[in-house]
Each structure stands twice: as C-alpha cells, then as structure tokens.
Design a protein around this ligand. Structure first.
Ligand code: NAD
Ligand code: UDP
Length: 334
C-alpha cells in the first residue's frame, strides 16, 4: 500500500514508518517538525535502507496537503500528527483544538475527495477518563479532564460520523496506553524538548545526570505499592500494531486498545530501570499530580483476536532500550 503517515518523524510515527517499510509498504511522510527533527529521516533510512518521501507541511493546511494527494496515489492514511502535552493543552486550548481537530478534518476531507478508504487514527487511553481497569473498548467514554483528551475524544467522534455516512471510508481508532522504549539501534526514541512530563523520559534524564532527581507523584494510591499503575508498551510493539491495523482495515469504525494488558507501578518501573541498566535513579515521593488516576491498564483481547496482534516486549526490554537511546543522544549525527 501507499501510505501517508502524518507526524511520521515523531516518536511513534518514526517507529511505525520503519515497521511499514519492513512490511513492504511505501511511505510518504508529512510533518511540520514542530516536535521533531529532520535528521530522523536520515536515521530511518539508516535502519531500513529506504528513504521515504518527505513533505514538510502543516497538515492543517488543506492546500499543502492536497498536493500530496495529487502527487501520490495514497491508499491509506495513518494520522499521528498532533500536539500531545496534557499540561500545555490546559494553558493553550485553542492551539490544541485547532491543530488536532483541523488536521483530522482536512485529512478525512481529502480522503473522501481522492477515494482513500483507510484511515488509522492515534487516539489515547485518556479518552476513558477515570474508570475501572482493565478497560474495554466498549465502555461508555467519560468527559476527559483536559483539552488534549477532548481533542482525541472529538476526533474519534468526527471520524466515526464520517465513516458511518460514507460506506467506503473505514476508520481504525487506536487507543494507546503508555508508549515507552526506543528502537533497538539506539537511533530513534523519545526526545521531548525541555523538562519531560512523562515518567520514562524523566527517568532517563535523571539517570544521565541531566536532572537531579525524579519526583514520584504520590505513594498513597490504592495500588500494589501506593504509586500510580499504568500499562507501559514498547514503542516497537505499538508500531507493529499500526501495520496490523491498516492491513486489516476493511470497513466501518474499528476501535482497539493497544497496550500489554499488564499494570506496572511507578516504583516497579524505576526499580526495573535501575536493575536492568545498573544505574542509579534518585527519587523523592511528593504529592499526587492533579488530574492523575490511580490505575489504568487495557483489556487487549479485541486487538489480539481481530488483528492477530499482541505486545511481546517486556518491561526489562522497554527500560533497556530507553536507556540505550538516551546514552546515544548527541553521539550520533547523520
Ligand atoms: P510526537 O510529538 O513525537 O510526534 C508528533 C509529530 O507530529 C511530530 O513530529 C510533530 O512535528 C508532528 N506534528 C504536530 N502537529 C503537526 C501538524 N499540524 N502538521 C504536521 N506535523 C505535525 O508525538 P508521539 O508521541 O509520536 O505521538 C503521536 C500521536 O500519538 C499524537 O497524536 C499523540 O497525541 C498520540 N498519542 C501519544 C501518546 C504518547 O504517550 N506518546 C499516547 C497516546 C496518544
Ligand atoms: N509520574 C511520576 N513522576 C513523573 C512523571 C510521571 O511519578 O515525573 C507518574 C504519574 O503520576 C503516573 C505515571 O508516572 O502515575 C505515568 O505518568 P505519565 O505522565 O508518563 O503518563 P500518564 O499520566 O499520561 O499515564
């Protein structure tokens, strides 16, 4: 298939581009580099020996995106491009709603115009709000607590309505749990600008000595050791889930949890990082972070059954690859 991957130079997008190419698909990337660097394209080429066609465009710009549809016979779209910081979305709601919703509408509009029948969307477990785990796809969604989460819930509804109105437009809504880890080459991984919000990039910066200590947000939750429990999934497993999702997408609206189905606490994650990598991660327990929930993990049986996909990599492999990538930062320039 000829697949347009928006946000294809970002963390999850770049790993997915690699897996798509390995599965013999042809990839066209659209990314405006707002949260990624052009050298990721070189790194993709180093890993798979193929250089995907790249357009530096903002996917909210319909005219620019239309050029891609006229230049290539696109057969499927995987839409990763989006702003993703929960905290920032509270202070900049309009930027988040505009970027994340207009991009989804521009792309789906062009899919209808050019007869593109497959659309895979990056959604998030955040659409579930605070509900008991394991989370199943069919539970009724609760209002999320921040504009970022709302952009995901709204995009899901927009795409669902379009697919219901147009028989030939099939949609896969992929709800990611907590993607971590990096490519085993150490070339690609998660490298957020500034101080990281998420646990794993914060841990790697502390281990490297770039930040003094990790603050663990609360140890009084009703969990195995009082710290928050999440379903961490290796980004390479997640990427492979996208290949399965687009290859199995035929009609209607299809929603899948992409996680491992297992919950891991913050302390379990930090201890695994120290044990596997033989490096210290000083930490301090502080108050709970506002908006956090105690526990969130997936029921993954639907993706396993319908897509024949299952996450395979372990927590030890996630922390090993995250640290390998972090240590190579700044050492490899292509
Ligand atoms: P990322 O920031 O690394 O990648 C997103 C990419 O999209 C970046 O390369 C950025 O430059 C690009 N982009 C953003 N807005 C754009 C626009 N208007 N036009 C063109 N390019 C644009 O993020 P990621 O972690 O790879 O996440 C990918 C998708 O998955 C996002 O939609 C995110 O909301 C969703 N998601 C991520 C997580 C996570 O924990 N990483 C969890 C759930 C869902
Ligand atoms: N967390 C933490 N310290 C940090 C960042 C995160 O203790 O510096 C905890 C957070 O409270 C949650 C878990 O780690 O229990 C995962 O948080 P993250 O922000 O990575 O993902 P999300 O909250 O979106 O699931």
């Amino acid at each position: 298939m000829n697949i347009l991957v928006t946000g294809g130079l970002g963390f999850i997008g770049s790993h997915t581009v690699i897996e798509l190419i390995k599965s013999n698909h042809t990839v066209v990337i659209a990314d405006n580099l707002i949260n990624s660097k052009i050298d990721v394209l070189n790194k993709i080429e180093t890993v798979v020996n193929v250089r995907p066609t790249f357009y530096q465009v903002d996917v909210t710009n319909e005219l620019d995106v239309e050029e891609i549809f006229t230049n290539h016979k696109i057969e499927g779209v995987i839409h990763f491009a989006g702003l993703k910081s929960v905290g920032e979305s509270v202070s900049k709601p309009l930027e988040y709603y505009y970027n994340n919703l207009v991009s989804t509408m521009v792309l789906s509009k062009l899919c209808l115009k050019y007869g593109v029948e497959k659309f895979v969307f990056s959604s998030s477990a955040t659409v579930y709000g605070d509900q008991p785990s394991p989370l199943k796809e069919e539970v009724e969604l609760k209002r999320t607590t921040n504009p970022y989460g709302e952009t995901k819930a709204m995009s899901e509804r927009i795409l669902t309505d379009i697919a219901n109105a147009h028989e030939k437009f099939a949609v896969s809504l992929l709800r990611y749990f907590n993607p971590v880890g990096a490519h085993e080459s150490g070339l690609l991984g998660e490298n957020p600008n500034g101080i990281p919000n998420n646990l794993m990039p914060f841990v790697t910066k502390v281990a490297k000595g770039e930040l003094p200590k990790l603050t663990i947000f609360g140890d009084d939750y009703d969990t195995v050791d009082g710290t928050g429990v999440r379903d961490y999934i290796h980004v390479v497993d997640l990427a492979k889930g996208h290949v399965k999702a687009i290859e199995n997408l035929n009609k209607g609206v299809n929603c899948y949890n992409l996680g491992t189905g297992k919950g891991t606490s913050v302390l379990e994650m930090v201890n695994a990082f120290m044990r596997v990598n033989q490096v210290a991660v000083p930490y301090e327990i502080v108050d709970r972070r506002p908006g956090d929930i105690a526990t969130c993990y997936a029921d993954v049986s639907k993706a396993e059954y319908e897509l024949d996909w299952k996450a395979e990599l372990t927590i030890d492999e996630m922390v090993r690859d995250a640290w390998n990538f972090e240590q190579k930062q700044g050492l490899i320039e292509l």
